[in-house]
Structures are given as structure tokens and as C-alpha cells.
Design a protein around this ligand. Structure first.
Ligand code: FCB
Length: 483
């Protein structure tokens, strides 16, 4: 839908399409807690958290934001904010504890209750089937580097679709398969913490295949009106200079960071340059079975984009701005191994500008460019911004309020970038801020707060931050002030 013309009263406002979805996102392991209840078995993240040295402070998602018990309160919060949509993920080990075979009804019942609660207050549920919590039993049988895991994921998708298909209209297969493959099996800073570049590439292919198999299971089980998507953290890559070595670095990172997913998913074919760059790490000919690329390339209805910060690269050391560079930037903590197979010579640089608590540069122009680049490459493909947000050191005042002007500025800048992209013709259908609640930020434990709503973990008290009120106003007006 094109942008509505500004009305007199709102002449200065940036007005979004009337059917634009204003949402917030979370994921199961990061908020639910209750990791041992109702038949749930350990996921790779439960195991990883128990491995000394992997997660800051030895923390885990055991209690997290206790959303499993407090979901009613959390849906009421969403309703008070007036948001139109809520993106959450289903925990695989909660609904299919061994990763194969029959469903655990008590696990499914939780998601039935959650979606009923959302629908009752008019909030559209958007579900991700996989946000990184693989059942540990499947990891013990080979994990994502094993082809069987993709098949298991297809079966699990069918089981969830059958249980929840009557009440959820928008489905995402995977969240950020790049992180699952390359941080999980390459750099090892995410679960399961393996560090083999060949396994990381095998994992990437099987995540793609799992997406394709899940997509076909969703199509078979869901009504024709249901929509299916995948959420990718496409890297908005910038070469440090236009010297050939820097352009080559950008090409390599684009291949193993972006096109390894977008080419098979949107065009049914892996890019030749990726296969060449990584030929000594994996035997693609035996990895990709006949028909795999066709399965992976079945049409999706929407592409979800998760964006936080751009990626600045060079091919060689340079004396320029952001000069030193490092070999292992991955956006989710360091590590001794590279998450970029086939790109060993590439250096990563800190982009200019202010940073969030994660050390990530704040750059809304990266989101604008990402959206317009994807739109140009895939004309007409509807897009959703499925994650965007920022962590800052939020400190409650003595009277308990949380003033977070930096988060408001971050959201404002990035929403303005989305608006500009829509004005330039991009088909962006909605925006989900990460995150509704402060939560377990993977290897950083509870040290990073991304929420619109502050969580005091010892008491589990929720306090909406100033940014929550700001975002609620934007959602209610379908508009933001110009920058
Ligand atoms: C994304 C993840 C999400 C959260 C944000 C900060 O990569 O999908 O779970 O960790 O980063």
C-alpha cells in the first residue's frame, strides 16, 4: 500500500501505510524460563550455558523473564502499548522433546493459550519455528551439520502447523540461520559451540534445506491465506575503500553472509563464487542432493529482515579511518575462530559513529540501504523488519522510571529510514522492535537490556521504559515526527 498523503493536521509527520504492522519481538529461550517444566527437555542452549566459560557470569535461560508463567501479564502489556502484532518463537524441545516423534501436548497447550490471549485482545501472532534452541538429543545425533536434522525440522514444522494453524496467519521458519550455522558451528560463540568451518557450511545447507522442508509442511497444513517467511540477518556490507582488495573482501562476506541464504531461498541456486571460495572446506557436490535447491527455493510470501548495524570490511590492513580491523567480528561476542569460512583474509572495522551497549554502531542509513538493495534485487518481494533495536545501560531512577532517550533516538532514526524506503517504493509491511522485554542475550547473559519494558529479574517486575510510551504513540498514530 502506498504512503497516504500527509493531512493538514499531520503535515509534518512521517505517516506509515494504514495496514503497516507495528510489533515487538521475542524468542522462547530468551524469555520463557521454565526450562524443566511440562516435559521440556534440554536444548543446545541449556547445555551450552552449563559449559564453563561460554556465557557471561555462567548465566542461563532457566528463569529468564519467566514468561512461561507470566504470559498473560506480558500480553496485557502489549495490549496497553496498542501494538498490532507480536513475534515470538516456539521452543522445539518444549513441543517435541526428543526432536522426533509425537508432540508434547502440554508444550503445545502453552502456545495455544498464548495465541488465544493475543487474539482476544486483537494482536496478530507471528510465530518463528526456530530461534536457535535445537533439542540436545538432535545435536547428540549430529546437529545441523547432519542432514537428518533438516528432515526432523520439517516434521516438527508439520506438527506445530497442525496444532496452531487455525489461529496463526503469519509464520517464519528460521530466525537468522547465519548465526545458527556460523556462530554455532564456526566461531563457537553460540550453542552448540563447535568450531569447524566445514561443519558450519554443512549446517548452513541443512538449515536452508530445513527451511524448504518446513515451508512445504506449512503449505500442506495451513489454510491458503496463511503466509510464510524466513527471518535473515542480512549484512549491510560496506567496503572500507573502493580499492579492489576491499571490494573483493565485501564480495566474499556477501557470499558467505548473505547470498548463501538469499540465492537458494529466492532463486533456488547457490552462488558459484561461494562454492569456489569454500571448495576446500566442504564437498558441495555430495552435500547438496539432487532436488535440494528446488526444495529450498519454493516461493515465500514475505522476507523478514533483522538489522542492527552495518558491516565494514577491508581486504588488507589500511591506514585510513577505523584502520586496525580484526579478523573475527561477528556481532555476537568474540571467539578465537572465524565465523566466516572462505574469508580468512577479510578484516572487520568499527563503523564510525556512536555505539550501543553491544558496541554496535548506530547507523539507520544501513537499514535504508538494506531495504532498498533487497527491493531492487527482488522487485515486489514483500518485506517485514522482523528485528531492530538497541541495548543501553538502562538504570531506573529512584522513583522507578526508566528514561532511555538513546533507545528512543535509535527507534526514531530507524523507523524514519523504513519510512524513506517505503516512500521510495519498497514493500515494507511492518516493523518489529527487538525486544518487548529485557531478556537473556545469549553469550552476554543478562548484561544487555534490549527491552521496551524493563525486567527486574529478582522480582520479575515489568516496568515500561520511556521508549515503550514513545513507540506506543507511534503505533497509535501510524506516524512519527520527522527527524
Ligand atoms: C539477533 C537475535 C536476537 C537478539 C538480537 C539482539 O541476532 O535474533 O535473538 O539476540 O540479535
Amino acid at each position: 500500500m502506498p504512503l497516504p498523503p500527509p493531512t493538514d493536521g499531520a503535515a509534518a509527520q512521517l505517516v506509515f501505510p494504514s495496514d503497516f504492522l507495528w510489533g515487538a519481538a521475542t524468542s522462547a529461550y530468551q524469555i520463557e524460563g521454565a526450562t524443566k517444566e511440562d516435559g521440556r527437555t534440554p536444548s543446545i542452549w541449556d547445555t551450552f550455558c552449563r559449559t564453563p566459560g561460554k556465557v557471561l557470569g555462567g548465566e542461563s535461560g532457566d528463569h529468564a523473564a519467566d514468561h512461561y508463567h507470566r504470559y498473560r501479564e506480558d500480553v496485557a502489556l502489549l495490549a496497553r502499548l496498542g501494538l498490532g502484532a507480536y513475534r515470538f518463537s516456539v521452543s522445539w524441545p518444549r513441543v517435541q522433546p526428543t526432536g522426533r516423534g509425537p508432540a508434547a501436548q502440554r508444550g503445545l497447550d502453552f502456545y495455544r493459550r498464548l495465541t488465544d490471549e493475543l487474539l482476544a485482545v486483537g494482536i496478530q501472532p507471528v510465530v518463528s519455528l526456530y530461534h536457535w534452541d535445537l533439542p540436545q538429543e538432535l545435536e547428540d545425533q549430529g546437529g545441523w551439520p547432519a542432514r537428518d536434522t533438516a528432515e526432523r525440522f520439517g516434521d516438527y514444522a508439520a506438527l506445530v502447523a497442525e496444532a496452531l494453524g487455525d489461529r496463526i496467519g503469519l509464520w517464519a521458519t528460521l530466525n537468522e540461520p547465519w548465526c545458527a550455522a556460523f556462530l554455532g558451528y564456526g566461531s563457537g560463540v553460540h550453542a552448540p559451540g563447535r568450531t569447524d568451518p566445514g561443519d558450519a557450511l554443512r549446517a548452513a545447507h541443512h538449515l536452508n534445506l530445513g527451511h524448504g522442508l518446513a515451508l512445504s509442511a506449512l503449505r500442506a497444513a495451513l489454510p491458503a491465506t496463511a503466509q510464510a517467511a524466513i527471518c535473515l540477518n542480512l549484512h549491510q556490507i560496506r567496503p572500507l575503500t573502493d580499492a579492489p582488495a576491499d571490494l573483493e573482501a565485501a564480495r566474499r562476506i556477501d557470499a558467505v553472509g548473505n547470498r548463501i541464504f538469499t540465492d537458494p531461498i529466492l532463486h533456488g541456486r547457490y552462488p558459484d563464487d561461494l562454492l569456489l571460495d569454500t571448495a576446500d572446506l566442504v564437498d558441495w557436490d555430495t552435500l547438496i542432493h539432487p532436488g535440494d535447491e528446488q526444495t529450498i527455493g519454493a516461493p515465500i510470501d514475505l522476507l523478514g529482515l533483522n538489522y542492527y548495524t552495518p558491516t565494514l570490511v577491508s581486504g588488507t590492513a589500511s591506514d585510513g579511518p577505523g584502520a586496525e580491523g580484526s579478523r573475527r567480528a561477528d556481532g555476537h561476542g568474540g571467539g578465537e575462530h572465524s565465523p566466516w569460512p572462505g574469508a580468512d583474509q577479510v578484516l572487520f572495522h568499527q563503523p564510525p559513529g556512536t555505539t550501543t551497549q553491544m558496541g554496535w554502531a548506530v547507523d539507520p542509513s544501513g537499514l535504508y540501504e538494506l531495504i532498498t538493495d533487497v527491493s531492487r534485487a527482488h522487485p515486489g518481494l514483500p518485506l517485514l523488519i522482523t528485528e531492530n533495536g538497541a541495548a543501553f545501560e538502562d538504570q531506573p531512577t529512584p522513583t522507578g522510571e526508566i528514561h532511555d532517550p538513546q533507545r528512543i533516538a535509535y527507534l526514531h532514526g530507524h523507523l524514519a529510514a523504513v519510512h524513506r524506503a517505503i516512500a521510495d517504493g519498497a514493500a515494507v509491511r511492518g516493523y518489529f522492535t527487538w525486544s518487548l522485554l529485557d531478556n537473556f542475550e545469549w553469550s552476554y547473559g543478562y548484561s544487555k537490556r534490549f527491552g521496551l519494558v524493563h525486567v527486574d529479574y529478582p522480582t520479575q517486575r515489568r516496568t515500561p521504559k520511556a521508549s515503550a510510551a514513545w513507540y506506543a504513540t507511534a503505533a497509535r498514530r501510524h506516524a512519527i515526527d520527522p527527524l
